[in-house]
Design a protein around this ligand. Structure first.
Ligand code: FMN
Length: 186
């Protein structure tokens, strides 16, 4: 059993839900997870005391949350010492064609370049369209983008594209990476 930190950046809440699910799967796998927001990390947190770290963040206008970028930059040394994973959440991931794969890959690469981080694993997850939470202008802009991408344009409700089974499989695999690392360190 290891202590695993799950830190997330989220603007409309989908990545927060994804981080909670990551925490649940890690707990089911026998680990001891702590889920925190990169916007307000607890000041007393000591990343060096964790056996593994997952950072999840979502894409807005091509970039992940600046607070997630800062969190990784500030904790780079500790992150590089243990198994770590970066989870990138976007709507492009929901479209699933070759162009989309290139774009989501570029989102991940952009985050890693900006932070200087080399995580053990990376994973791309489709997010959600939360039309009911957006202000008028955002709803208009996102609806246009969604239409071009072949995604839902019915703004009277929210649309979730996250593949929870795929996410859970990724987290279970990461849990074994932490197990292997912890047992080889003993
Ligand atoms: C204003 C805005 C801009 C967005 N820009 C992008 C983008 O450039 N590329 C993309 O793939 N998804 C984009 N998205 C989709 C988000 O990544 C998706 O809604 C995700 O679920 C948001 O996660 P969060 O709720 O944790 O913030 C955008 C969403 C909004 C509201």
């Amino acid at each position: 059993m290891g202590r695993i930190l799950v830190a997330y950046g989220s603007s409309e809440g989908q990545t927060a839900a994804i981080a909670d699910r990551i925490g649940d799967v890690l707990a089911d796998a026998g680990h001891d997870p702590l889920v925190i927001s990169t916007k307000h990390p607890p000041p007393e947190i000591d990343i060096g005391r964790y056996d593994g770290v997952v950072v999840a963040a979502s894409v807005h206008m091509g970039d992940h949350q600046p607070d997630a970028v800062s969190f990784v930059r500030e904790n780079l040394d500790a992150l590089e010492r243990v198994p770590s994973a970066f989870v990138s959440v976007s709507l492009t991931a929901a479209t699933g064609d070759t162009d989309a794969d290139r774009t989501t890959e570029a989102y991940v690469e952009g985050f890693l370049e900006e932070t200087g981080w080399s995580p053990t694993r990376t994973h791309v997850v489709a997010g959600a369209l939360k039309y009911r939470d957006y202000g008028l202008l955002t709803r208009f802009i996102v609806r246009r983008i969604a239409g071009k991408e072949g995604l839902a344009t019915d703004t009277s409700r929210d649309h979730e594209y996250t593949d929870w089974d795929d996410l859970e499989a990724f987290v279970r695999e990461f849990a074994t990476v932490v197990d292997d690392h912890s047992s080889s360190a003993q």
